[in-house]
Write a protein that binds this ligand. Structure first.
Ligand SMILES: Nc1ncnc2c1ncn2[C@@H]1O[C@H](COP(=O)(O)OP(=O)(O)OP(=O)(O)O)[C@@H](O)[C@H]1O
Length: 494
């Protein structure tokens, strides 16, 4: 018998079948269309959601309350593209969750659909620089998008010309109201397009010299007459990772392009990134700046209400749910993403608890859950040394030490390092690591004056102790600490 209790073919053997559900039974059940009710209970509750997708970050809303001013500002600048002129470059900035991406995408969709309506060649290309974060990748992605578009333009044009060639072969005067004066001219154009199609080579994701990628992109974009708006979301990540070469190259392209024009729309959470730009790039990119201020609680309430009307069944929310989600998110920094997450999570918790309505308590639970998820993620990704420092603080707290000072943390830290064979940093470095943990909101470190004994830091944990400890111990290195109790005891013995 194989170790999983089957006969090696995946079938349960006789003994197992007598006690467990055998595969034959399962198959029979399926044939009968009969189930064992695993999902029935879960489905039986009156569902709270009408359409949960509307609350997910991937959903692009059709309406963006409280962003009319910013949307109009963008539209006023970009309308030049519909007149065949080059719009000024735009830099959009504001804190996370203030609707920058959603508004910019909304405006681009409008721009593209209006350009189709009036048959003006205008295109928007969106790039998320958190993912596409080097000059090579940005240029390659753009080049390939335009090559793909050029291919389809060429295909359409070839279809039209081949049709024309057939008609002109039968009746030569069918060329009279076209741009061609003879069948030869049509043939010549067909040849030209076929050569273009053969010569267009897509850029591989690595391996070419950057100047070749750049010139391929340049040729692809200039192949047709058009105005192109390049949306660089999280533009600060691109600059941080690979400097300002991409922006420099893109911003000087217009003087060399013959047929097309490009305009850049940069989106960032962090305005400081412009300090790292070459002054020419900085002034070109920031021709127009649009600020997205944080939402206040009332605005967040409107945003949530619009979404909730579609997302939830009628009467599924008690009156205080939306105001509470809005208030929590406004405290953060006016983040609509956080507000929507809270509302969705509260709904999910209510659904899981088979409640009929979402209540205030679900929102509070959701707030704790989101906060805990954040803490777990931050702690999990800390460097090992910071994890050891944090573990030392946890051990002290668990042993009832209050107002922990840096010296105490350092002593325990040293012993932990010895135990797991890690390098021991200086007390000064450990103090820095404590300040970093403070900035991340994991510990709270306040400087207190001890009169003539100078000043010291008093440290306390700001996150739930058991969950944080569990995350730390899931790290394979820290997991080696079998029994940490003696270290803390030793502190009292010294
Ligand atoms: N005015 C609004 N109306 C409706 N939904 C909004 C509004 N503003 C933001 N949202 C929603 O909030 C979420 C976050 O918005 P968005 O991604 O546009 O923020 P952002 O400012 O680009 O944030 P980040 O800088 O973190 O990318 C999205 O789900 C978006 O649909």
């Amino acid at each position: 018998m194989s170790p999983d209790g089957t006969d090696g073919t995946g079938r349960a053997t006789g003994d197992e079948a007598a006690t467990d559900v055998s595969l034959d039974e399962v198959v029979l059940d399926e044939e009968d269309g009969d189930s064992r009710g695993l999902f029935d209970d879960l489905l039986s509750g009156e569902p709270i959601f009408e359409n949960k997708e509307v609350l997910r970050p991937s959903y692009t809303p059709h309406e963006l309350p409280h962003r009319t001013e910013q949307i109009n500002q963008m539209a006023t600048i970009l309308v030049s593209a519909l007149r065949g002129e080059t719009p000024s470059n735009i830099l959009i900035y504001g804190k996370t969750g203030t609707g920058k991406t959603a508004s910019a995408k909304f405006v681009s969709q409008e721009l593209e659909s209006t350009s189709q309506k009036y048959d003006v060649p205008c295109e928007v290309e969106y790039i998320n620089c958190e993912v596409t974060d080097t000059q090579y990748r940005v240029l390659a992605q753009l080049a390939n998008k335009f090559i793909e578009k050029n291919f389809s333009v060429i295909e359409d044009e070839l279809d039209r010309l081949e049709d024309l060639r057939t008609r002109a072969g039968d009746a030569p005067n069918s060329l009279s109201d076209t741009e061609f004066d003879s069948l030869d001219a049509v043939e010549e154009r067909i040849d030209q397009l076929e050569t273009d199609r053969e010569e267009m080579e897509t850029v591989p994701m690595t391996g070419w010299p950057t100047d070749r990628v750049y010139s391929t992109f340049f040729d692809a974009v200039d192949y047709n007459e058009r105005v192109v708006v390049i949306m660089l979301d999280e533009i600060d990540k691109l600059v941080e990772k690979s400097g300002d070469d991409t922006l420099y190259n893109l911003s000087r392209m217009n003087s060399e392009l013959d047929n097309s024009r490009i305009s850049i729309m940069g989106i960032s959470n962090d305005l400081k990134f412009t300090d790292f730009l070459d002054p020419r790039v900085k002034s070109s990119l920031g021709e127009e700046e649009i600020v997205f201020p944080p939402y206040d609680a009332n605005q967040l309430r409107d945003i949530l209400q619009h979404r909730a009307d579609v997302a939830f069944k009628d009467g599924a929310l008690t009156d205080d749910v939306i105001p509470l989600c809005a208030a929590f998110a406004a405290q953060e920094h006016g983040d609509a993403r956080r507000a929507l997450d809270l509302l969705r999570t509260a709904g999910e918790l209510a659904e899981r608890g088979q409640a009929d309505t979402v209540e205030e308590a679900h929102v509070r639970q959701a707030q704790d859950k989101i906060e805990l998820d954040r803490v777990v993620e931050v702690v999990r990704t800390l460097p090992t040394q910071s994890k050891i420092v944090l573990f030392a603080i946890i051990l002290l707290e668990k042993n009832g030490v209050h107002n922990i000072n840096t010296g105490e943390v350092f002593n325990i830290y040293k012993r932990l390092c010895e135990e797991i064979d890690a390098d021991i940093l200086t007390q000064r470095r450990v103090t820095d690591l404590i300040s970093e943990l403070d900035m991340l909101g994991i510990v709270n470190a306040v400087v207190v004056s001890k009169g003539r004994y100078g000043r010291t830091k008093e440290i306390s944990l700001s996150v739930p102790i058991d969950e944080t400890e569990a995350v730390l111990l899931s790290d394979s290195r820290l997991g080696d600490i079998e029994n940490a109790q003696p270290f803390v005891q030793a502190r009292f013995d010294n």
